[in-house]
Write a protein that binds this ligand. Structure first.
Ligand SMILES: [Mn+2]
Length: 441
């Protein structure tokens, strides 16, 4: 049966189209630097926000009206799979992502939960046979149930730790079964509220042991997806252990895990950490750790994780600038970890939101590609650091100096000259490229 009967397959119609159910900028077949837009952007639908969430917030119950609302239990889970594949096909999105508990209901016992998961996994596998949609990543929900009140892999309770390990073990089996390209860890409750009751060293050591066991089990069963950590600084715990990319990277290096993991960078988590989206992407990129992206945006006026669909073109441009300089996302993709606003409660809003997000990243890609092609920022940056290409600067870069030599050089310096960083001019140039792209020049 069809859940979105009124909506046809979304096509690219170009920027002059007034059809709300059409892409204005996302043209999957369009070639950018010899690669199809579709292959660079690798869009993914987040199952939880799109098919499971109902608009509940801390002050009120759900508002979403969905064609599967009348169903319960496994029937509801099955209807969501049917609706999901209808939406994937109609949006022409190549990937999707899920937490175990989004696709199948958790039961009273772990064994029954596994059984529910097996039923829905088999159904998804069946649908995937007739579809080109692939699983970008899956993950285990280890934050909703009360058992995770003190964490999962950082819980003070070893029984909870074991339970969480069992969930991830099963998750890796499901990932292998469905051909997942990645497996994500977002440490929902992996952090602490107060040091007064916390053994931080033990919690971090246990977390590392947990990751090593996941790596070992993936090898054992032949799961070859990329492991990803998704940093977030706060929410739900006050101090999350994976605060940002730099903190997560130091943790991975400390525990000899950096060769097995990369990062899934989320825009809204970056801003919660006091960084820009592009900062987090840059830190991951220059360390060879950029794996995948949760493409959303926050609200500068609201201090929590709003998970909005990305519509800020400046942000999508600077994000795609990093992605292109990374040589693409490899096995990763741009996953819309984003939810329609509570007031956007009709089913068709799911389409409007994804179209807005996909068009916004398509524009970002085109602007970033043009900026790189013209070497606008590259030439400026190269010139700004040109003092390191000759003389004392080249000696520094090539490791031919020490403090004695640098002091000797400094003592004979006259008045040191600096040059302007010109950031206002550069921002104006980025605006110019954005506007030229939007006007189709
Ligand atoms: Mn978020």
């Amino acid at each position: 049966m069809a859940y979105f009967e009124e909506i046809n397959k979304i096509q690219y119609e170009g920027s002059s189209s007034k059809n709300p159910f059409a892409f204005k900028y996302y043209n999957p077949e369009e070639s950018i630097n010899g690669k199809k837009m579709e292959e660079i952007l690798r869009f993914s639908v987040a199952y939880w926000h799109t098919f499971t969430a109902d608009g509940t917030d801390p002050f009120g119950v759900g508002t979403a009206i969905r064609p599967w609302d009348h169903l319960k239990g496994l029937d509801l889970a099955k209807a969501r799979v049917e609706a999901a594949f209808e939406l994937f096909e109609k949006l022409n999105v190549p990937f999707f992502c899920f937490h175990d508990s989004d696709i199948a209901p958790e039961a009273d016992t772990l064994k029954e939960t596994y059984e529910n998961l097996d039923v829905i996994t088999a159904m998804i596998k069946d649908y995937m046979k007739d579809s080109k949609v692939k699983l970008l990543w899956n993950t285990a929900n280890m934050f909703t149930h009360p058992r995770y009140v003190h964490g999962a892999a950082t819980s003070s309770n070893a029984d909870v730790y074991a339970f969480a390990a069992a969930k991830v073990k099963k998750g890796l089996e499901v990932g292998k079964e469905l051909g997942a390209e990645n497996y994500v860890f977002w440490g929902g409750r992996e952090g602490y509220e107060t040091l007064l009751n916390t053994d931080m060293k033990l919690e971090l050591d246990n977390l590392a042991r947990f990751f090593h066991m996941a790596v070992d089990y993936a090898k054992e069963i032949g799961f070859d997806g990329q492991f990803l950590i998704e940093p977030k600084p706060k929410e739900p715990t006050k101090h999350q252990y994976d605060f940002d990319v730099a903190t997560g990277h130091a943790f991975l290096q400390n525990y000899d895990l950096d060769k097995y993991f990369k990062f899934n960078v989320e825009a809204n988590h970056a801003t919660l950490a006091g960084h820009t989206f592009e900062h987090e992407l840059r830190v991951a990129r220059i360390n060879g750790m950029l794996g995948s992206v949760d493409a959303n945006q926050g609200d500068t006026l609201i201090g929590w994780d709003t998970d909005e669909f990305p519509t800020d073109l400046y942000s999508t441009t600077l994000a795609m600038y990093e992605v292109l300089q990374n040589g693409g996302l490899g096995k990763g993709g741009l996953n819309f970890d984003a939810k329609v606003r509570r007031g956007s409660f009709e089913a068709e809003d799911l389409f409007h939101a994804h179209i807005a997000g996909m068009d916004s990243f398509a524009i970002g890609l085109k602007v970033a590609a043009k900026l790189l092609e013209d070497r606008v920022l590259e030439d400026f940056v190269a010139d700004r650091y040109s003092s390191y290409t000759e003389g004392i600067g080249l000696d520094i870069v090539e490791g031919r100096t020490d403090f004695h030599k640098l002091e000797e050089y400094a003592l004979q310096l006259g008045n040191i000259q600096n040059r302007s960083g010109r950031q206002e001019r550069l921002k104006a140039i980025v605006n110019q490229y954005l506007l030229e792209t939007l006007s189709g020049k």
